[in-house]
Design a protein around this ligand. Structure first.
Ligand code: C5P
Length: 227
């Protein structure tokens, strides 16, 4: 039950459908803000109808009542995985869990990987180290009944040590040894990520921008599964 999730970072429906036409098997895909705010729930329904599973990466962060209602909507849409910002607090995360129900996987974003320790100190006035903040947020998410966190593969092992193997670590920032790093700063190969405690990997451009997306996906999936 550990899998490769493809990040569908496309501007619209046409590009998504063109991409999905490369595949006959059922996939696990991630829909983020870019695509969702252009295409809305209809895109989620359409991809579900094609038999794919969906991680809806909208990173909710609002008062508990609003997050609970929003999650109830996502549950009706049939998403398989959703997420919130741990910074919203334990009460908000508990509300998110109630709204989404027990079936789908619910994750927390801890500190964004684009946040440096210096920025965390100056912007958020959090005085501990970045690592301590990430581990603290992971512990809060676990306490609130969430299933895991989105994190860097570099943090995955430590989160597993602190929260247990059952608590999921879903990790972007994955690059096969042969591929372009792009704007990702701290990357790991699929096999290293697995050895380092990732439960699921999220891969975008190495698959979506490949000349042959199907072959790129299969190569990454093989590397992941046989690590
Ligand atoms: O194209 P690439 O493989 O870099 O895509 C990674 C995906 O994971 C993107 O959708 C990106 O927004 C997302 N993501 C990330 N780092 C995080 C959280 C999400 O790269 N910390």
């Amino acid at each position: 039950m550990s899998e490769v999730i493809i990040a569908l970072d496309f501007p619209g429906r046409t590009e998504v459908m063109e991409f999905l036409d490369h595949f006959e098997e059922s996939l696990y895909v991630k829909i983020g803000m870019e695509l969702y705010y252009q295409t809305g729930p209809e895109m989620v329904r359409e991809i579900k109808e094609r038999g794919h599973r969906i991680f809806l990466d909208l990173k909710l962060h609002d008062i508990p009542n609003t997050v609970e209602s929003a999650m109830r909507g996502l549950r009706k849409l049939g998403v398989d995985m959703a997420n919130v910002h741990a910074a919203g607090g334990i009460e908000m995360m508990e509300a998110a869990r109630r709204g989404l129900g027990e079936g789908p996987i619910l994750l927390a974003v801890t500190q964004l990987t684009s946040t440096s320790e210096a920025q965390m100190h100056s912007d958020q006035l959090i005085e501990v180290s970045l690592e301590q903040s990430v581990l603290h947020y992971a512990a809060c998410a676990q306490k609130a009944g969430l299933d895991g966190v989105v994190c860097s593969p570099l943090e995955a092992q430590q989160i597993a040590n602190e929260c247990g193997e059952e608590f999921l670590r879903v990790t972007p920032g994955i690059r096969p040894a042969t591929s372009d790093v792009g704007d990702q700063k701290r990357v790991m190969t699929p096999s290293r990520a697995r050895q380092n405690g990732s439960s699921y990997i999220v891969v975008g451009r190495p698959i979506t921008k490949a000349d042959n997306p199907y072959e790129a996906y299969i190569a990454i999936k093989n590397e992941w599964e046989h690590a």
